[in-house]
Design a protein. Structure first.
Length: 178
């Protein structure tokens, strides 16, 4: 009997604070899930109303917002149970720098693709001159676009080359003369 009483005396001072921390952690996760679900629902509704963004960009934005929201909620929840999140945040910063540096060209093409989709200087089916190549646009991807030339050649151009150079859209010109 003395052994059980001794264990109870050792555990009692830690049981209540530990239980409260776990309850706070779970409460933050549950409330965070509800808030994130509401916000993402509003975001989806906005995307349905807005015809300005392509579906690819909508999915990308949705996923980024969801991931960042969950990371934020998790950091808050971990802080409530006494875990120091400073090294975790520093690790994310270093990892982001390394990944950004390693994928510089890919990210450049990706951002240029988002800009092309968002600003729409041309659309699929338009005849354009982009990156020094004239052809009919057959595809606008997130990292590259595809043109079909007069010679029936398929030319794949990285979006950073298109976005970083003048774009002439012959389809939209309406015969305008200067």
């Amino acid at each position: 009997m003395d052994l059980i009483a001794e264990i109870k005396n050792m555990v009692d001072p830690y049981l209540v604070p530990c239980t409260l921390s776990i309850i706070k952690f779970l409460l933050i996760i549950i409330v965070g899930k509800i808030l994130i679900s509401l916000f993402l629902g509003y975001l989806k509704a906005y995307f349905k109303k807005s015809e300005r963004l392509e579906e690819t960009v909508e999915i990308f934005i949705y996923n980024i917002v969801s991931t960042i929201s969950w990371a934020f909620i998790l950091m808050i929840a971990l802080g409530t149970i006494g875990i120091d999140i400073t090294p975790i945040i520093a690790g994310f910063g270093v990892a982001g720098f390394v990944v950004g540096f390693a994928l510089k060209d890919t990210l450049n093409n990706f951002v240029a693709g988002v800009m092309l989709i968002f600003y729409r200087p041309f659309k699929v089916g338009d005849v354009v001159k982009a990156a020094g190549i004239t052809g009919k646009v057959t595809e606008i991807g997130i990292s590259m676009s595809v043109l079909k030339t007069e010679d029936n050649l398929i030319v794949i151009i990285p979006n950073s080359k298109i976005w970083g150079a003048p774009i002439t859209n012959y389809t939209r010109s309406d015969g305008f003369r200067c």
